[in-house]
Design a protein around this ligand. Structure first.
Ligand code: TYM
Length: 321
């Protein structure tokens, strides 16, 4: 099965990104045909600092590679190394009703939060659709926040196919209910833009500080607590197997659990979980040329697959004449 997903390199990657998408992608490369890219065009909708975007791109790649993305087993590249995706975006724009984009929650939320929208932000889901359709992706593992964008992609693919015949595979979202929305330290969805994220590979001190800031309710220590309403639990359980989760759940409901104590455990768990990958990440970052070479190879492979689709599109639409 052909699986594809992307991630924006704006700011650091966080636990929501890891559990919502990166972990699954890294696992999939063993069995499936995996396409994974760094969505730097998309990041331009929220970042206008060139140096930060370039650095973020290298760092995102280093994180992925350190965590186990294997360029021999997968196709791993940077979105803008294949500007062909912009050509497809334009073609698809002509199959995208305005109303479809106007209804997108992600766009509406940003506007409601005071972002002055530009065309890039508005057209963002069309570029995302092009990312998916260019490679005939069947499955797209994402967090819940991307669900609607996947519906947009399906709508556009179907509309195009109705007009020109079966050119595109109609993709399906894959959203794992367990990790659909990882909460941030304030209980809202963990997000780079909400300032509530626990980043991957934080220094120990910064990580501890961030974990200690997780918002909890004022239930006294001795009283039973509801794990399902607790942000600490909701994050902690991502690192636990079923049995460990049940044990932690019992500690909550039995009473006598201090939030400070469970936060300290969570901090240690996160630290120990990522520690084995930190050394590899450091090595990778010490040699950005090496990272660029890996990405360039990935772009070559991606181009080969993408051009197959694009040739069909050019032919059907009359762009090749
Ligand atoms: P981005 O960079 O915002 O996030 C990358 C992935 O992480 C997931 N995610 C979360 N999952 C669970 N809980 C959270 N708190 C959380 N925060 C983020 C996101 O759902 C996503 O799967 N538009 C995309 C990037 C993209 C893309 C694509 C994805 C561009 N083109 C084509 C799939 C297919 C985005 O901004 O993700």
């Amino acid at each position: 099965m052909r699986i594809l997903s992307g991630i924006q390199p704006s700011g650091s990657l966080h636990l929501g990104n890891y559990f919502g998408m990166m972990k699954k992608m890294i696992e999939y490369q063993e069995q499936q045909e995996l396409f994974c890219f760094i969505a730097n065009y998309h990041a331009m909708t929220s970042l206008s600092d060139g140096k930060a975007l370039a650095r973020g791109t290298i760092e995102a790649a280093a994180n992925f590679l350190a965590l186990g993305m294997d360029p021999e087993k997968s196709i791993f590249w940077v979105q803008s190394d294949l500007p062909e995706v912009q050509e497809l975006t334009w073609v698809l724009s002509n199959f995208t009703p305005m109303g479809l984009l106007e209804r997108c929650h992600s766009y509406k939320d940003k506007v409601a939060r005071g972002v002055h929208p530009n065309h890039g932000l508005f057209a963002y889901p069309v570029l995302m659709t092009a990312d998916i359709l260019l490679f005939q992706s069947e499955r797209v593992p994402v967090g819940k926040d991307q669900k609607q964008h996947l519906e947009v992609a399906r709508d556009i693919a179907i509309k195009f196919n109705n007009e020109y015949g079966e050119v595109f595979t109609v993709p399906e979202a894959e959203i794992d209910e367990q990790v659909a929305t990882v909460p941030g330290i304030d209980g809202q969805k963990m997000s780079k833009s909400y300032g509530n994220a626990i980043d991957l590979f934080l220094e120990e001190k910064a990580l501890r500080k961030q974990v200690m800031r997780i918002v909890t309710d004022p239930t006294p220590v001795e009283e039973p607590k509801d794990p399902d309403k607790c942000n600490v639990f909701q994050i902690y359980r991502l690192f636990l197997d079923k049995e460990q989760e049940a044990t932690l759940r019992r500690r909550y409901t039995a009473g006598g659990l201090a939030y400070g104590e469970v936060k300290q455990e969570l901090f240690e768990t996160i630290r120990d979980f990522f520690a084995p990958y930190a050394e590899r990440r450091k090595e990778l970052l010490a040699n950005p040329e090496g990272i660029r070479a890996i990405l360039a190879q990935g772009a070559e492979k991606a181009r080969y697959a993408g051009l197959k689709t694009l040739r069909k599109v050019r032919k059907k639409t009359g762009l090749s004449y």
